[in-house]
Design a protein around this ligand. Structure first.
Ligand code: FES
Length: 392
C-alpha cells in the first residue's frame, strides 16, 4: 500500500506521523473525513417534516446531539434535550404554560424561545435560580415542508445556502419520505455517489422495470460550484455479463448539461435544461445527493444521527405546476414512493448497514469515492465532537 501524504495547510500544525495501513487503503489518508463520524458543523440539516411537529415534544438526534423539537404557535423550536438539573430529557416534559416546557422530574420550566429557566414549579415563584440557567437552543427554519436545524456556533447563514438553488427559484411539486436507517452517514453519502453500485446492486431493483438506468463507463468527476458531478463521457463497454447488456440502451444521461461541455443537453426536459442542472449524479456538502432524470430530480440528504445511524431525507421533484403537477403527485403517492424511495433506496440502506470499512481496497470506479473524500479534505470544515461540547 502506498501511504498518501496530506498536503500541509499553510500556518497549520505539521501532521502527526501516521503508521501506514497494513493492507489496502484506509481513511487515515483523509484525516478530516476520518474524524467526521458525527458529521460537519456549521450547516443546516433537514430533520423532519414540518407537519409532524406539533405542540407535543419530539426528540431527535442530530450529529450526536440530543435535541427536542416543539411547535410553539407558528414556530418550531429546538432545544438541547437535557434538563440541566439532573439530566432528564426535556422531551418527556409537560406543556404547563404557553411558550415553555416543564421538565417532567422537578418542574424546571424553560422558555422555548431562548431556553432560559423561567420558573421552577417546585421552588416557588421567587426561586433564586430562575434566570440564571438556560438550555441551548438551535436555529430552526421551515423550507420545502421540512424543518431545518442549524448545528454550529454564532449566527447561522441563510438556510438557502444549504438548499439547492433550483429549489428556491422555481415552482415545483414534490413527494418525499424520511426515515432513520442503520449505518454511518459517510457510508450513505459514498453509496449514493458510488459509481459501481448503481450498475450492479440495483440490477434487481423493481424501479428499473419502469425507468431505464444508464450503463456507462469512464466516469470522471468534476467540480461545479459547490457540487461534485459524476460525468459519464463515454459508453464504450458493451457488457457481456448476464442481464447486464439490457440495462439501458438510452443515453440521455450523457446529455445533461455540463459546465465543460456546453450545449450537449438535447434529450433533457427543457425546464431542467434551462436550470442548467449539471450532470446526472452530483453530491455536495454536508451530504446531499442529486440525481437528475430528464423529467424529475431526486434529492437525498444523508443527515448524521449518531455514529451508527443516518437519516435519509428523500424528495422527488418535478418542476411543474398545474395539471401536470397533480399527475406527478398522484404517481408519486401511488408507486414512486414505494418503488424508488422504498425498495430502490432500501437496497442502498442494506449495503450501508452491512458494509465494514475501512480497511478497504479500491478499484477504478471508486474514483467517485476518492473524489468526494478529497473534496472534503480541501474544504474548511469543522468536525462535530458533540459529547465534549455539550456536557457541562
Ligand atoms: Fe429536570 Fe430535575 S431533572 S427538573
Amino acid at each position: 500500500a502506498v501511504a498518501r501524504r496530506r498536503p500541509r495547510r499553510a500556518g497549520g500544525p505539521a501532521p502527526a506521523a501516521k503508521t501506514p495501513a497494513p493492507a489496502g487503503q484506509d481513511w487515515s489518508s483523509w484525516p478530516t473525513y476520518n474524524d467526521a463520524t458525527l458529521g460537519f458543523r456549521d450547516f443546516w440539516y433537514p430533520v423532519q417534516w414540518a407537519r409532524r411537529i406539533g405542540s407535543k415534544p419530539m426528540p431527535i438526534t442530530l450529529l450526536g446531539e440530543k435535541i427536542v423539537l416543539i411547535r410553539d404557535g407558528d414556530t418550531v423550536r429546538a432545544l438541547h434535550d437535557r434538563c440541566p438539573h439532573r439530566g432528564v430529557p426535556l422531551s418527556l416534559g409537560r406543556r404547563e404554560f404557553e411558550g415553555s416546557i416543564s421538565c417532567a422530574y422537578h418542574g424546571w420550566t424553560f422558555d422555548l424561545k431562548d431556553g432560559r429557566l423561567g420558573a421552577v414549579l417546585t421552588d416557588g415563584p421567587e426561586s433564586p435560580i430562575c434566570g440564571k440557567i438556560s438550555v441551548r437552543t438551535y436555529p430552526v427554519r421551515e423550507r420545502l415542508g421540512l424543518v431545518w436545524v442549524y448545528i454550529g456556533d454564532g449566527d447561522p447563514p441563510p438556510v438557502e445556502r444549504d438548499i439547492p438553488a433550483e429549489l428556491t427559484e422555481n415552482a415545483f411539486v414534490m413527494g418525499g419520505r424520511t426515515d432513520v436507517r442503520k449505518g454511518n452517514w459517510r457510508f450513505a453519502a459514498e453509496n449514493g455517489f458510488d459509481e459501481g453500485h448503481a450498475k450492479y446492486l440495483h440490477n434487481t431493483a423493481l424501479w428499473r422495470l419502469f425507468k431505464v438506468m444508464p450503463a456507462w463507463n469512464m466516469t470522471r468527476v468534476i467540480e461545479s460550484g459547490s457540487w461534485l458531478i459524476r460525468v459519464q463521457d463515454e459508453v464504450h463497454w458493451e457488457a457481456d455479463y448476464p442481464g447486464y447488456g439490457t440495462w439501458s440502451n438510452k443515453r440521455w444521461w450523457k446529455r445533461m448539461p455540463l459546465p465543460d461541455h456546453p450545449g450537449k443537453s438535447a434529450d433533457v426536459n427543457p425546464v431542467i435544461k434551462k436550470m442548467n442542472i449539471p450532470g446526472f449524479v452530483s453530491i455536495r456538502l454536508p451530504g446531499l445527493l442529486r440525481v437528475a432524470y430528464p423529467h424529475f430530480i431526486h434529492y437525498e440528504w444523508y443527515v448524521p444521527v449518531d455514529a451508527d445511524h443516518v437519516r435519509y431525507v428523500q424528495i422527488m421533484v418535478r418542476f411543474e405546476d398545474g395539471p401536470k403537477a397533480a399527475v406527478f403527485k398522484a404517481k408519486y403517492l401511488s408507486w414512486i414512493r414505494w418503488l424508488f424511495h422504498g425498495q430502490f433506496t432500501g437496497q442502498d440502506a442494506w449495503m450501508v448497514d452491512v458494509m465494514d470499512a475501512p480497511p478497504e481496497k479500491l478499484y477504478r470506479p471508486d474514483l467517485s469515492l476518492t473524489a468526494w473524500r478529497r473534496h472534503i479534505e480541501k474544504s474548511d470544515l469543522k468536525v462535530q465532537h458533540a459529547r465534549g461540547r455539550l456536557e457541562r
